[in-house]
Design a binder for this molecule. Structure first.
Ligand SMILES: C[S@@+](CC[C@H](N)C(=O)[O-])C[C@H]1O[C@@H](n2cnc3c(N)ncnc32)[C@H](O)[C@@H]1O
Length: 194
């Protein structure tokens, strides 16, 4: 009896290990051999403070805002905000099929949340009031070279960990997490305080 249970558990673990390995291969190929960032969520104090910064903007606004996460992963930033602020609209873009399905499933009951499978280099960002980008490497280049130029003058971009090159942040928030000296960078073309 015990032998059969061990056999079944080993079989399930082996299947899980194969699935994880296949996903790692998929991620490496999708990220063009790590030229683009993988699906890695915000965490700890970094996540709490990023959400708190967004909440300040969302709770103070009298108009309904459009919020986007460029590379939304599993929706770790968008889901709690969409749940708490049903009057604002939330959109997440990611090119990882599994992340899009997972985030979409987690947010299936939220009418103000859309998760779209799309390369962020083709997203029209003019309509958004608040943007998140937890991105580095080539994806940060897209944010720096195109997206930040195209956002509306009143829009706010929150970038956990990664600073835009040669661009002055209006705010830098200390967000040390698990001993790592991290910061959150907040950008706006027209505002100089928040
Ligand atoms: C570091 S994760 C950020 C996850 C989420 N925003 C969060 O803060 O928890 C970066 C995500 O960006 C996605 N990504 C990277 N380059 C992309 C691109 N060019 N177009 C769309 N998604 C991209 C990855 O698939 C990954 O899920």
């Amino acid at each position: 009896m015990m032998d059969s249970i061990y056999l079944i558990i080993s079989f399930i673990l082996a299947i899980l290990a194969i699935l994880i390995e296949l996903y790692v291969i998929y991620s490496i190929l999708l990220s063009r051999f790590c030229k683009y960032p993988p699906a890695f969520p915000t965490f700890g104090t970094l996540r709490k403070k990023t959400l708190a910064e967004a909440e300040k903007i969302l709770s103070q606004s009298s108009k309904n805002l459009k919020v986007v996460d460029l590379g939304c992963g599993a929706g770790g930033l968008l889901l709690p905000l969409a749940k708490k602020y049903p009057n604002h609209q939330f959109v997440g873009y990611d090119w990882d099929w599994f992340m899009v399905k997972w985030a979409g499933f987690r947010g299936r009951k939220l009418k103000n949340l859309k998760i779209i499978k799309q390369d962020i280099s083709t997203v029209d960002v003019k309509e958004f009031d608040l943007l998140f980008s937890f991105l580095d490497t080539k994806a940060l280049e897209i944010v720096h070279e195109r997206i930040y130029k195209e956002i509306s003058p009143s829009a706010i971009l929150i970038s956990p960990v990664f600073a835009l090159p040669k661009t002055q942040a209006i705010k830098e928030i200390e967000a040390q997490s698990y001993g790592l000296p991290l910061k959150i960078y907040v950008y706006s073309k027209s505002r100089n305080n928040l």
